[in-house]
Write a protein that binds this ligand. Structure first.
Ligand code: ZN
Length: 384
């Protein structure tokens, strides 16, 4: 037998690899073995029909929260990821140098989804309380510890995280950004991810301290100092320039003003697309919305006119590159890990919500029907 598993008659959508069309996907030994029209079913131990479905690389969520506290997914990470077609997930700075071992314990013991993590500049990570931001006291800033943590956990830690916002950082200058960038340099030039919502500084000041490959996350927030000027009408020219020079704009849905439909519509109208689509998923937003899962966030961008291929690219090949997993996951090219999502694009009237009380009725919605990681079935949507 040539294949352990053959996914038949689906429509392959893998824009990162240039694969598109009705094709079968053959899997052997946990890897993609072949992608081509009409692979012989008699050479497969098992076959699955993906008729009427899209077959994409397993989705990659570059901004979510896996650690264990009131607002992370913790032991529920696999459940939420699998149901959203996600096979690789990245924790966006829940832990810092002082508690990264705790995150490592959770990932090693309770998470089978492929995981990576940004290490917070704050030694205590995201403290999970609105009473006090993780960097409101300067002594919590620990660039050396952050760099050391990354160096000691290369298989898991891939970058530095900074949340820049009122009450989160100790001073409203570019100093916190510069210190975070220093930590990323000390760790060998890893990416720096910066959360911006209601930042006390104009975004261009922050962008000026960043390097190509660094990431602005929550780029569609509707508060002050975002990707648009004060009137929230036009994309800033510094933002267009930064994106052209390789700064990555991640849309991390999240809650509390992080994802604003009117701003998204205007940004898309002006030709601004995020580079990556992610959820900022936590236990609360996965169980009470408005995020639910990655396919729902992707559906919101589909609703506003972004094409299916563009949406899939931003949740597969592009985040794979950020995580240092280019060619390994986020692709259906033969030789890659057999991480696959089988998605349905369901017609209907789907009510979708942003974080600011705006709702739309989408005519189509992506729904994960099956999720496979390393060639093994991790999720099958129960019959409705
Ligand atoms: Zn987050």
């Amino acid at each position: 037998m040539k294949y352990d598993l053959l996914i038949r008659e689906g429509e392959v959508v893998d824009p990162g690899s240039g694969l598109r069309g009705p094709m079968d996907v053959g899997i052997a030994n946990g890897k993609i073995a072949a992608v081509a029209p009409a692979l012989p079913p008699e050479e497969a131990r098992t076959t699955i029909s993906a008729k009427g479905r899209y077959v994409t690389p397993g989705l990659i969520d570059v901004h979510a929260h896996l650690f264990v506290n009131s607002s992370d997914m913790g032991e529920n990470t696999d459940r939420f990821c699998n149901a959203g077609g996600v096979t690789t997930v990245c924790d966006a700075g829940s832990a810092g140098s002082a508690n990264f071992a705790g995150l490592r314990f959770v990932v090693d013991r309770a998470v089978r989804t492929r995981a990576r993590a940004f290490v917070n500049l704050a030694a205590i990570g995201i403290s999970g309380t609105s009473r006090c931001g993780e960097l409101s006291h300067f002594p919590y800033a620990d660039p050396e510890g952050c760099a050391r943590t990354i160096a000691e956990n290369r298989d898991l830690a891939i970058g530095v995280k900074l949340r820049y916002g009122p009450g989160i950082v100790w001073e409203y200058t570019t100093e916190p950004v510069k210190l975070a960038r220093q930590a990323a340099d000390m760790a060998g030039g890893v990416p720096l991810m910066i959360h911006i919502t209601d930042t006390p500084l104009p975004l261009p000041d922050i962008l000026a301290c960043m390097k190509p490959g660094d990431i602005i996350t929550h780029c569609f927030h509707g508060r002050d100092h975002g990707i648009m000027g004060p009137a929230k009408e036009l994309i800033l020219k510094e933002v267009v320039e930064a994106q052209r020079h390789g700064i990555i704009f991640d849309c991390a849905h999240g809650r509390g003003g992080h994802f604003n439909f009117p701003l998204i519509e205007k940004a898309l109208d002006q030709g601004f697309l995020p580079d990556t689509i992610s959820t900022d998923l936590t236990f609360t937003t996965a169980t009470r919305g408005p995020v639910w899962d990655l396919t729902t966030t992707m559906s919101k961008l589909l609703h506003f006119g972004v094409g299916l291929d563009a949406v899939v690219l931003r949740a597969t090949a592009t985040p794979a590159k950020i995580l240092g997993l280019e060619g390994v996951v986020g692709t259906l090219r033969p030789g890659a890990n057999a991480d696959v999502a089988i998605l349905e694009l369901r017609d209907g009237d789907h009510e979708l919500r942003d974080t600011d009380g705006n709702t739309v009725t989408a005519k189509r919605r992506l729904i994960a029907q099956m999720t496979l990681k390393d060639g093994r079935m991790r999720y099958e949507r129960p019959p409705e």
